[in-house]
Design a protein around this ligand. Structure first.
Ligand code: UDP
Length: 379
């Protein structure tokens, strides 16, 4: 790129969590002079991605529309590599930006590398240390980190993990996690316009006076026995008359049929379709406890002062556990139930988890990243 010309930045993402975490950055980059910002979606997930794009008012410049039913990791990877490669040849950006740990992240990065186009990695440096948990995300993120030249680490621990892998200090920027930007902006929008999340009014009425547990679960490692255990745990929690479970069920065929088979028709359980982002933010706000195997939800709930029990054996987000806002409970039904009951019955244990501070960000991550990218392309 010539000095003083406009740098063409192409963000690429494909799933709901990536879109939630990238939309604040799209808006922040568009405020930066000297940058021309475009968005490519692979649509690795279709419906859940589109929900976020609409709420965030982002129309992709390129939509590869790659999702197919029952897609395998191999076939999806191959489609991303070839079709994103063709998009790069057509648009010739000066830099691409990827997020986190999906197949889109890794394959788009490889595609850019084949063309010697630099890659900025947002949410870099998270490591569980186990390549099979989260699977395949741990390796997706590590491969991306070996190619990227700008690493936006959400926390100091993530930056330390990159340094331990010999990433030079000058390439690492600790920014906070953009998910907190997305969360705070969305909470403010709901406060100004409650109709944005009014679809939960009927559940607020149905469960008035009960303590609500918000549940999400969709991780590959938990498919099979893990899902059945989680369903059994939810059944026991919902036996308590003072408690209700609201569970937006992921459409994955390894999740929905298990939950419906074991929990449909229970008085204190609402199995509902996945919520758009404003509704999900409202659900977390309404809840007493959040029970999840999701990465993003682990980061969001502490900012709303909600304890999170994490249904995983390892986490690449240890900061929440260290800060006391999150606890790992795995997928053993008894452990999940006793973790929830302790928080419901012991107000000291509960308030200890809500008082802890949120280690994941302050809502300004996207601005920091956008400024760094603008500076990098001014030089
Ligand atoms: N989320 C949502 N609707 C739902 C469940 C979750 O908008 O019904 C949001 C949630 O707030 C978080 C993101 O989706 O920002 C997490 O996505 P997911 O659990 O699919 O992926 P992960 O974070 O584990 O990669």
């Amino acid at each position: 790129m010539q000095p003083n010309s406009t740098a063409r930045i192409l963000l690429v993402f494909g799933t709901r969590p990536e879109a939630i975490k990238m939309f604040p950055l799209v808006h922040a980059l568009r405020q930066q002079p000297g940058l021309e910002t475009r968005v490519c979606v692979t649509a690795q997930h279709r419906g859940l991605l589109d929900q976020v794009l609409e709420i965030a008012r982002i129309s992709p410049d390129i939509d590869l529309d790659l999702m197919q039913d029952n897609q395998t990791l191999d076939a999806l990877s191959a489609r991303i590599l070839t079709q994103f490669g063709a998009a790069l040849d057509a648009t010739k950006p000066d830099r691409i930006l990827v997020h986190g740990d999906t197949l889109t992240t890794m394959m788009a990065t490889i595609s850019a590398y084949f063309r010697k186009i630099p890659v900025g990695h947002v949410e870099a440096g998270l490591r569980s240390g186990n390549i099979y948990s989260p699977w395949p995300e741990e390796v997706n993120r590590k491969v991306t980190g070996t190619i990227a030249d700008l690493h936006f680490a959400p926390t100091q621990a993530a930056a330390d993990a990159l340094r331990a892998e010999n990433v030079p200090d000058s390439a690492i920027h600790v920014t906070g996690n953009t998910v907190i930007d997305a969360l705070l902006a969305t909470r403010a929008r709901i406060e100004a316009e409650p109709a944005l999340a009014a679809g939960l009014d009927h559940l607020a009425t149905r469960f008035a006076g009960k303590r609500i547990i918000a549940v999400t679960s969709h991780r590959r490692e938990n498919f099979g026995d893990g899902m059945a255990n989680i369903a059994r745990a939810i059944g026991s929690i919902a036996d308590r008359p003072d408690t209700a479970v609201i569970f937006p069920v992921h459409p994955n065929p390894a999740v929905r049929p298990v939950m419906e088979h074991m929990l449909a028709g229970r008085d204190n359980v609402a199995l509902i379709d996945p919520l758009d982002y404003p509704h999900f933010v409202r659900l977390m706000t309404m809840s007493t406890i959040v029970l999840t195997d999701s990465g993003g939800v682990q980061e969001e709930a502490p900012s709303l002062g909600k304890p999170v029990l994490v249904m995983r054996d390892t986490t690449e987000r240890p900061e929440g556990v260290a800060a006391g806002t999150a606890r790992l409970v795995g997928t053993d039904a008894e452990t999940i139930v006793s973790g929830i009951f302790t928080l419901l019955d012991d107000s000291n244990a509960y308030s200890a988890m809500t008082r802890a501070h949120n280690p994941y960000g302050d809502g300004l991550a996207a601005q920091r990243i956008a400024r760094t990218i603008a500076d990098a392309h001014r030089q």
